[in-house]
Design a protein around this ligand. Sequence first.
Ligand SMILES: Cc1cc2nc3c(=O)[nH]c(=O)nc-3n(C[C@H](O)[C@H](O)[C@H](O)COP(=O)(O)OP(=O)(O)OC[C@H]3O[C@@H](n4cnc5c(N)ncnc54)[C@H](O)[C@@H]3O)c2cc1C
Length: 384
Amino acid sequence: MKVKILTHTPEPEKTVAAAARLCYSNSGPLEIMENMSREKIEKFLNKLISMGHLSPIEHVSFTFGIEGVSRTLLAQLTRHRIASYSVQSLRYNNPFKEDIINQKAEEEKLQKQNLAYIKGLALSPEFNDPAKINERFGIIIEKNIITEKHYEELFKENLSHFIRGISDAFVQTGENFLIFPEEFKEYFMQAGLKFEMENEKLLFRKDNAIEFCLFIYEGMDFSYNLFSKEKLFQIISSIKGFYEKLLFILEEYIKRKYYSTLPEDIKKDIKAIFIYLDGLKGAKEAYLKLVNSGVDKEDARYILPMGTMTNIVMTMNARSLYNFFALRCCNRAQSEIRELANLMLKEVKKIAPTLFEKAGAPCESLGYCPEGDLSCGRFPGMNP
Ligand SMILES: Cc1cc2nc3c(=O)[nH]c(=O)nc-3n(C[C@H](O)[C@H](O)[C@H](O)COP(=O)(O)OP(=O)(O)OC[C@H]3O[C@@H](n4cnc5c(N)ncnc54)[C@H](O)[C@@H]3O)c2cc1C
């Protein structure tokens, strides 16, 4: 997600301090504003916040641009009534418009990529029988599959898919290393991959192994390209540091392909991610079928998941922000809205550090947790 303050009340801390000063002064607001020194501002703000005299902080507001958050977050965020919202609508926008335009070209590209994968896989004696490949993938393939023409095509665009096929058929995994038979040396060199030779084998160790994995999985369509999930799971458990990098790739893929977010807890387990991907794929295919059959976007959207992304412009005054940060920076808040609240707090602190010094999860300023039995345990309870 991305969060930025688009605009805010000018001189927010001075405005709040002047409003507070007015309550206890015989002077008018214009004179007070003119004579407000930095020292006085800090003194008034600290006093107000510690007294809980919070109405003066309602005079300043902040407008946030929020991008790439889920509709689940939107439902939680808009429960905060003391705010103004504008939200990107799925009534007027089809998030998959480009897919409809590029459908044919995309299908052709995928076909070529999958053919390249099978060419790699079929180098294994196990797949020497074209009937077996036909049976497994429904593709009829000539016996001597790598002709001069195919060779050219592979090295132009689809080498990573071809090598993923080789990997799925031949890779042996160990703790932080991958091993291949020597016969693939030339292909790996063509791909610019770095390896060592050991006992007439090609050995990818640590960073080289990560680089190899990124090469074969980075340009992949995880829902439509062929690959062995079992091999991927095996590689993840063998090569330290690869999963974090793969997550980044998957997150970007899910954004681009499904206009969706990847929730925190699903991220922790590659098998959960694939279950999530299956759901996203089914929902997107159904949505596109409905739109293509003439159903209006405003009704077709009912099939889209809660993880579907949206963009929001939101304005809140500082008092409402205090309430929002107290509820949503707390560890009890759900992870996505907590991430949003923490990013927003960081942004407002850049502009009004004294005003928001005490904002955030209540435990931070109280030194104890007011959540009772539901406490996350970071701070002791009210009666330790
Ligand atoms: C951890 C967590 C779990 C939650 N779980 C659920 C759940 O299971 N189900 C669910 O429905 N919601 C749930 N919520 C949402 C929650 O109940 C609030 O709707 C949401 O946090 C907005 O808070 P708010 O009302 O304080 O904010 P705002 O609506 O911005 O209101 C700000 C403040 O203004 C005052 N105020 C606003 N409107 C009124 C009013 N009509 N009457 C009197 N005072 C008012 C209150 O003092 C309020 O705190 C959850 C929230 C959190 C943080």
